[in-house]
Design a protein around this ligand. Structure first.
Ligand SMILES: C[S@@+](CC[C@H](N)C(=O)[O-])C[C@H]1O[C@@H](n2cnc3c(N)ncnc32)[C@H](O)[C@@H]1O
Length: 222
């Protein structure tokens, strides 16, 4: 049973169609250039490794906004009981094609029916920045409730104050989505308001990551 229904973003269908359109280019980019593959970014890999080490014995892990499944597959290779979920059916088709042994399904972060205390870990890895500013706190509360006591959440996102409207992405493909950037302090505050305790925060400089970013890990107390 869900505690509270989450508001449906008004632009959810447009975002889904946009990610469907860029999905093949995105998957190709990850496979051929390593951009978006944590194995090529030591600090991102270190963050995911720390998360994996922490949650490996805690229960199932859900990679929300998994895209073509790069991180899901990495965690599965490490022996975690992990599955991926994504808004875009085409992303999930690519994830299944690239990682046929992993489990994936189509759903929005705003439409997940997660049982209380059912997960050891949740990821929102570069996948929560399209959520409207008033919807992200609801999704974080959903994640917090779904975590077991001691379970961990990790997220990576773009840092800034702006709401950037993207009209093309990943090789000039026409898209329509808004990237809601967050200041690390704001994001940590939202995560703590959802009931989680900050574990670590890693700031990523502009030069190396195509814009400043932040990784935050937090846990459900208990
Ligand atoms: C930049 S990609 C990142 C994919 C993957 N996490 C990675 O690191 O390669 C953003 C992903 O978030 C997904 N996404 C956007 N809004 C979402 C939502 N409301 N629910 C679930 N997935 C969403 C998109 O479909 C896309 O696959």
């Amino acid at each position: 049973m869900r505690a509270h229904p989450t508001d449906r973003p008004a632009d959810l269908d447009v975002i889904r169609e946009s990610y469907d359109r860029v999905s093949d280019n995105y998957a190709h980019m990850v496979v051929t250039t390593g951009v978006g593959d944590i194995r090529r970014h030591p600090w991102l890999k270190a963050s995911i490794d720390a998360f994996a080490d922490t949650v490996s014995e805690l229960g199932p892990v859900l990679d929300v906004g998994c895209g073509p499944g790069t991180v899901t597959a990495y965690l599965a290779e490490r022996g975690l009981d992990v599955s991926g979920v994504d808004l875009s059916p085409r992303m999930i088709e690519n994830a299944r094609r690239l990682h046929p042994r992993c489990r994936f399904r189509v759903a929005s972060a705003t439409d997940l029916d997660l049982a209380e205390a059912s997960l050891g870990g949740v990821l929102g890895w570069w996948s929560l920045f399209n959520l409207p500013r008033d919807v992200l706190p609801q999704v974080l509360a959903l994640f917090a409730r779904a975590l077991r006591p001691g379970g961990h959440f990790i997220t990576a996102t773009h840092v800034g104050d702006e709401d950037v409207v993207r009209t093309e992405a990943y090789g000039g493909v026409p898209v329509r989505w808004t990237t809601h950037k967050w200041q690390p302090e704001q994001l940590v505050d939202l995560i703590e308001r959802a009931g989680l305790t900050l574990v670590a925060e890693l700031r990523l400089p502009d030069e190396e990551y195509g814009g400043p970013g932040v990784v935050v890990m937090a846990k459900r107390p208990g």
